[in-house]
Design a binder for this molecule. Structure first.
Ligand SMILES: [Zn+2]
Length: 257
């Protein structure tokens, strides 16, 4: 069966050869080196890792020609899960450098939208119920006070239900001064593409979000490598590969920077 398939493949009409910018083969050592770094990078989730590896492959290995720009090669490397430029847009948006507050990601805040007011009487659901364990009200609510960390600017949500409105007002007054003095939050999501590849990333993120007024995170910039993480050493600066925005590579008129 395998042989038959092979034969069928050989008997297909030969594809017209175009003059390649780079023929296959590429720089395997360079790819292996970057791939190793990407696999070790615990900031990347599966989706981000796929995009980074595809980009590394496109830059170091993929044969490029007039039709296969580096961006097309990235889509090809990701495979059938990506369809067209909108698919690429979505993958790049996933890497948008930004601060995601607690509750914006699934299960990032176990007490999301639950009242933190004090519990005086036992909840009937038994001693193992989280409301009894934490001695909190636990009522579902959307009313909250955001507390901003004076060093990182990161948010802590304090939710209070209508019965604990006095608590909400008290906490709100307590954190007002601290919040006003807090710095913009250190980004905690995305920014991996610019950590590995040089490109006009502001242009690319604007293209991906279809938002021409998008700006990089205030104070900290685009690169996850440049964002301070409390209790962690800064990421050492390393050489980045140049990812060229090719002429006519993307729809909507991308330009070289
Ligand atoms: Zn409550």
């Amino acid at each position: 069966m395998g042989a038959a398939l092979h034969l069928a493949h050989v008997q297909q009409a030969p594809v017209k050869k175009r003059r390649p910018k780079r023929t296959g083969g590429g720089n395997g050592n360079r790819f292996a080196e970057i791939a190793h770094r990407i696999y070790q990078d615990d900031r990347a989730d599966t989706r981000a890792r796929t995009l980074l590896l595809a980009s590394a492959h496109a830059v170091t290995m993929a044969p490029l020609d007039e039709e296969t720009t580096v961006w097309r090669a990235i889509c090809n490397a990701i495979g059938s899960s990506i369809t067209g430029w909108d698919g690429l847009r979505a993958e790049i948006r996933h890497d948008l450098p930004r601060y995601m507050p607690p509750g914006s990601r699934w299960w990032s805040d176990p007490l999301d939208q639950l009242c933190r007011g004090p519990r005086v009487r036992m909840h009937p659901d038994g001693p193992d119920d989280f409301r009894n364990k934490l001695k909190i009200c636990g009522e579902k609510t959307r009313d909250k006070v955001v507390e901003k960390d004076p060093i990182t600017g990161w948010h802590t949500n304090h939710f209070f239900c209508t019965r604990h409105r006095d608590h909400l007002q008290r906490v709100s007054a307590q954190v007002a001064e601290q919040n006003a003095a807090a710095p913009p939050p250190v980004p905690n999501s995305g920014g991996l593409l610019p950590s590995y590849f040089d490109c006009d990333w502001v242009w690319m993120y604007r293209w991906a979000t279809r938002n021409q007024s998008w700006e990089p995170p205030e104070m900290y910039g685009l690169r996850a490598d440049d964002w301070p993480v409390p209790g962690k050493d800064p990421v050492p600066q390393r050489a980045r590969l140049r990812l060229v925005i090719g002429d006519g590579g993307l729809e909507d008129g991308p330009h070289a920077d």
